[in-house]
Ligand binder design. Structure first.
Ligand SMILES: CC(C)=CCC[C@@H](C)[C@H]1CC[C@H]2C3=C(CC[C@]12C)[C@@]1(C)CC[C@H](O)C[C@@H]1CC3
Ligand code: SAM
Length: 372
């Protein structure tokens, strides 16, 4: 299928699944108003590559089908993410006494600071979700952001929020595959990516696209999802954790830190910073909202989040979803989605505790000035 046909099909499917009125409904309300047969087909498309097999052929198919696979994944999880987590789809570090929302904003500000984003800069957000980080970074720095995303539903939501919060003149969101960017070379002053490029079937390709669209002298800053140096692909316990992360988070293959480091260098970047922010031995771990550690809850906002994200909260949600699916209120396949998200949570916490995985491998890289 050609790129244009794929695009048209995905746009048409988004209309069928989510209807025309995207944005005004979010979380639970959006979830129950989906077209039921389209939802079933989206769930099947996402899960068709996840049948427990870890052989090379199955993995190759997942890598080949990365675009549709991820598109389908975000079609079915976005409402759950918004309901449980908010509109920034990433993890954060937590300082003692700092609440969830403040930590999330600070994590975004830190990336903007590392990327040296300034007022008036034209910035690309690679894999922008529903635009939570883009809104924060535009407000924080005064820059203009273009968010790139291959998920039509999220783009429609991101546009809706930008308008709602009076940021439509600072932000734009466009459909596209980060493996084949359509922007002219040397377009952006800065580029950032937050927990998104791990969906790429090949890191070197997405980094080389970023390199292409960045102006010479421009900075790229990324929070990358990688398996750490402790990870051993031949250790079945390690592989099980990586598989849970892949399945539950719609990732064709988790790569190691070494693969990411080499990829950045191979495409021509000068790598200025390599810092695993999950390896700082913070008193409050980045994965705490997915555990049962109530002691870190700071305020009522955190309590509301924790009631949805903690083990018991997730159990409550999945039980309710299963009951609603049974009586036909929730679309068929919804329980498969909550089960997959449970695998994600379990794998992420296990990977975090064992320091086999990090969702915040910070790389800051520059495109040399003497390139075209
Ligand atoms: C997939 C990538 C690369 C990044 C997303 C990181 C996180 C924002 C998500 C990873 C696992 C997600 C889960 C939820 C929210 C978003 C994540 C933390 C839930 C808490 C949403 C509510 C559901 O009932 C349970 C989910 C568990 C996993
Ligand atoms: C975990 S979300 C992170 C979103 C955002 N960076 C944030 O922090 O809120 C990953 C994002 O990458 C996007 N994505 C995945 N594969 C993509 C691709 N091939 N091209 C463009 N965007 C992609 C997804 O649609 C999703 O918006």
């Amino acid at each position: 299928m050609s790129e244009t046909e794929l695009r048209q099909r995905q746009a048409q499917f988004t209309k069928e699944l989510h209807g025309d009125d995207i944005g005004s409904k979010s979380g639970f309300k959006a979830f129950i108003s989906k077209n039921k047969s389209a939802q079933k087909s989206a769930v099947d498309k996402y899960l068709k590559h996840w049948d427990g097999k870890v052989d090379k052929e199955t993995e190759d198919k997942r890598l080949e089908d990365y675009n549709e696979g991820t598109h389908s994944y975000y079609n079915v999880v976005t409402d759950f993410y918004e309901y449980g987590w908010g509109s920034s789809f990433h993890f954060s570090r937590y300082y003692k006494g700092e609440n969830f929302a403040a930590a999330c904003a600070r994590h975004e500000h830190y990336l903007a600071y590392q990327a040296e984003i300034k007022k008036g800069d034209l910035v690309l957000d690679v894999g922008c979700g529903v635009g939570g980080p883009a809104r924060e970074i535009a407000r924080f720095t005064g820059c203009n952001v273009i968010g790139l995303n291959n998920n039509d539903y999220q783009i429609a939501k991101a546009k809706w929020y930008a308008k709602k919060f009076g940021l439509a003149d600072k932000l734009d969101f466009v459909k596209g595959d980060f493996m084949k960017m359509e922007f002219d070379a040397n377009t952006f002053d800065k580029v950032y990516a937050i927990e998104a490029t791990c969906h790429a079937p090949k890191l070197e390709q997405v980094y080389s696209e970023i390199y292409k669209v960045l102006k010479p002298g421009g900075t790229f800053a990324v929070y990358e999802w990688v398996m750490t140096d402790k990870y051993d692909e031949n250790n079945p316990e390690h592989r099980k954790i990586a598989y849970e992360i892949e399945l539950g988070d719609g990732i064709p293959k988790m790569f190691t830190k070494k693969v990411a480091q080499d990829a950045l260098k191979n495409v021509g970047f000068d790598v200025l910073v390599e810092d695993d922010l999950a390896a700082k031995d913070d008193e409050i771990p980045w994965y705490y909202p997915l555990t049962g550690e109530w002691k870190y809850v700071q305020n009522l906002g955190d309590l509301a989040t924790f009631l949805r994200t903690s083990y018991l909260g997730r159990k409550f949600t999945s039980t309710m979803v299963a009951a609603m699916e049974k009586v036909g209120v929730a679309p068929e396949g919804s329980s498969k989605v909550t089960n997959a998200l449970e695998e994600a949570a379990v794998g992420l916490v296990a990977g975090g505790r064992a320091k086999l995985f990090t969702p915040m491998m910070l790389f800051v890289a520059k495109k040399p000035l003497d390139t075209k």
